[in-house]
Design a protein around this ligand. Structure first.
Ligand SMILES: NC(=O)c1ccc[n+]([C@@H]2O[C@H](COP(=O)([O-])OP(=O)(O)OC[C@H]3O[C@@H](n4cnc5c(N)ncnc54)[C@H](OP(=O)(O)O)[C@@H]3O)[C@@H](O)[C@H]2O)c1
Length: 158
C-alpha cells in the first residue's frame, strides 16, 4: 500500500515546524496570486522581508489588496514602492488577459506563486461548477454543453 504513513498528517500539522526561510531575493520581482489573505499574504510578507525588489499582490478585490499591502509594509518596514496591488480575478478570462498585458510592461519577472484557489467539498461545486465551464469555454473554446440547467446535484449525489 502506498501513501503517507499513518499519523503523518497530525505530525506535519502539530509537531513539525518547517524551516524559516532565510534565502535572500534581492532584486527579484515576484507575483503572488490571492495574496490578500492566508498563505498568499504570508508568502508575500516573506518575499518582502527577504529583500525582493518588487512584490505584486494579485488580488480580485483591490480594497482587500490595499489592506494586505498596508499590513506587509507595517510589519516589514519597507518603502511603499516595494509592494504593488494588481487586479486579477481568475474566474474572468478578460481579467487574466488584462493582468498579463500589464505584466508585459515589467522590466523583469522572476517568480510567480500561483496560490489563489479554493478548497471545496464535491457537493459545494454547485452552482460554481458552471463558472468553471464558462472559463474553459472563453479561454480554450471548449464547450462541453453544460449549463446550470443541464445538470442537477441529484445526478451526482445520491
Ligand atoms: N490552507 C491549507 O491548509 C491548504 C491546504 C492545501 C492547499 N491549500 C491551497 O493553498 C492556497 C491558499 O490557501 P489559503 O488557505 O491561504 O486560502 P484562502 O485563505 O482561502 O485564500 C485564497 C486566496 O485566493 C483568492 N481567490 C480565490 N478565488 C479567486 C479568483 N477567482 N481570482 C483571484 N483570486 C482568488 C482569495 O481571494 P478573496 O480573499 O478575494 O476571496 C484569497 O486571496 C489555495 O489554493 C488552497 O487550495 C491550502
Amino acid at each position: 500500500m502506498s501513501g503517507p504513513p499513518p499519523g503523518a498528517y497530525l505530525y506535519s500539522q502539530l509537531i513539525y515546524t518547517p524551516p524559516y526561510p532565510t534565502k535572500k531575493y534581492t532584486g527579484r520581482v515576484v507575483i503572488i496570486t490571492g495574496a490578500n489573505v492566508g498563505l498568499g499574504l504570508e508568502t508575500a510578507r516573506h518575499f518582502v522581508r527577504l529583500d525582493a525588489a518588487k512584490v505584486i499582490l494579485a488580488v480580485r478585490n483591490l480594497e482587500k489588496g490595499a489592506a494586505a499591502k498596508e499590513s506587509i509594509l507595517r510589519s516589514e518596514k519597507k518603502t511603499e514602492d516595494v509592494v504593488e496591488v494588481w487586479k486579477l480575478d481568475l474566474s474572468s478570462f478578460q481579467s487574466v488577459k488584462d493582468f498579463a498585458k500589464k505584466a508585459q510592461n515589467l522590466k523583469r519577472m522572476d517568480i510567480l506563486v500561483e496560490n489563489a484557489g479554493i478548497v471545496r467539498h464535491f457537493s459545494e461545486y454547485f452552482p460554481p461548477f458552471d463558472t468553471i465551464f464558462e472559463v474553459l469555454k472563453q479561454s480554450v473554446g471548449w464547450d462541453c454543453g453544460f449549463t446550470p440547467q443541464s445538470y442537477s446535484r441529484d445526478k451526482f449525489i445520491t
